[in-house]
Ligand binder design. Structure first.
Ligand code: AMP
Length: 291
């Protein structure tokens, strides 16, 4: 059997072969891991795939740029799509993963008219800035959970609120899938990896470092004894604004379970932010543990 380095993972584009592969794996008693993505894969995505490969017998990676989670004027049209490059990137982790890359027509055929309604945890932060976003996310993730009924689904901390929305849905709708959170993968200089980083010019990429640096600053302030969230937020905003031509959508210190703003910092608090840098809207977050 040849194992040339050009051998790529198997690609499935329709529902029936996907279901059959899951049925066969189940019959053989194999555990199944699912990694939902929108493609344009980077090391962050690959870390989720690696986690699944190490914990599950079969890993399915889905690649689907989901139109219903983009608002009007957002980057759905120009979102990077390169299936060949994605398959090659996945092959560096494992050639045994299955890739499910359905078309928009398959996922949303004519007449499609049902959506998942999401609750309180979807309302602040991203939910406020991107109306309808989490409804679109929850709907596509539920559909993927139906088409690929895995044992475990892997999501990144990078999209922390998304993870909470999905955990809520899984619990509320009795979906028999365990949701696992994987840590955010960053470049050496701290920038969280994102498919949208490729929109950045070199100077904008420098400005984008203000996101991770402000998270770092918040952690340092709290480690140094600062417990007033308003002070921490002000210092974070100042640091970001000093980066130059950027626009803050939000900077927040929130309860890690509810995402409601905190009034003190005596317990672990999640710092979250969304900042527009040139054409890219970037998000990041980090847990802050008081000493
Ligand atoms: P996306 O393709 O942006 O929808 O992301 C697919 C999955 O990869 C989501 O669970 C993200 O949270 C996760 N992800 C994206 N960027 C990173 C990163 N830098 N580190 C870890 N996970 C990530």
């Amino acid at each position: 059997m040849s194992h040339s380095s050009t051998q790529l993972p198997q690609l499935l584009e329709t529902a029936d072969p996907m279901r059959l592969a899951i049925l066969n794996a189940r019959r053989e008693g194999r555990s199944i891991g699912l990694v939902p993505t929108m493609g344009a894969l980077h090391e962050g995505h690959l870390s989720l795939v690696q986690a699944s490969v190490s914990k599950c017998d079969l890993t399915v990676v889905t690649i689907f740029v989901n139109p219903t989670q983009f608002g009007p004027g957002e980057d759905f049209g120009k979102y990077p799509r390169d299936l060949e490059a994605d398959l090659a990137a996945l092959a560096t982790v494992s050639r045994d993963v299955l890739v499910f890359a359905p078309s928009v027509e398959l996922m949303y055929p004519a007449g499609y008219d049902t959506r998942v309604v999401v609750g309180a945890v979807a309302r602040p932060l991203e939910g406020r800035c991107r109306p309808g976003h989490f409804e679109g996310v929850a709907t596509i993730v539920l559909k993927l959970f139906q088409l690929v009924p895995a044992d475990v689904a892997f999501f990144g901390q990078k999209d922390y609120q998304q993870l909470l929305v999905i955990r809520r849905m899984v619990s509320d709708l009795n979906i028999p899938i365990r949701v696992e959170m994987c840590p955010t993968v960053r470049d050496a200089d701290g920038l969280a990896l994102s498919s949208r980083n490729r929109y950045l010019s070199p100077p904008q990429r420098q400005q984008a470092l203000s996101l991770s640096r402000s998270l770092q600053l918040a952690a340092e302030l709290v480690a140094g004894g600062q417990r007033d969230p308003q002070v921490v937020l002000r210092r974070m905003r100042e640091l970001i604004q000093q980066a130059g031509d950027v626009r803050i959508d939000y900077v927040a210190l929130a309860d890690p379970d509810t995402l409601q703003p905190v009034s003190s910092m005596d317990r672990p608090v999640l710092a979250l932010l969304a900042v527009r840098v040139g054409p890219a809207r970037l998000i990041d977050n980090g847990m802050i543990q008081p000493p």
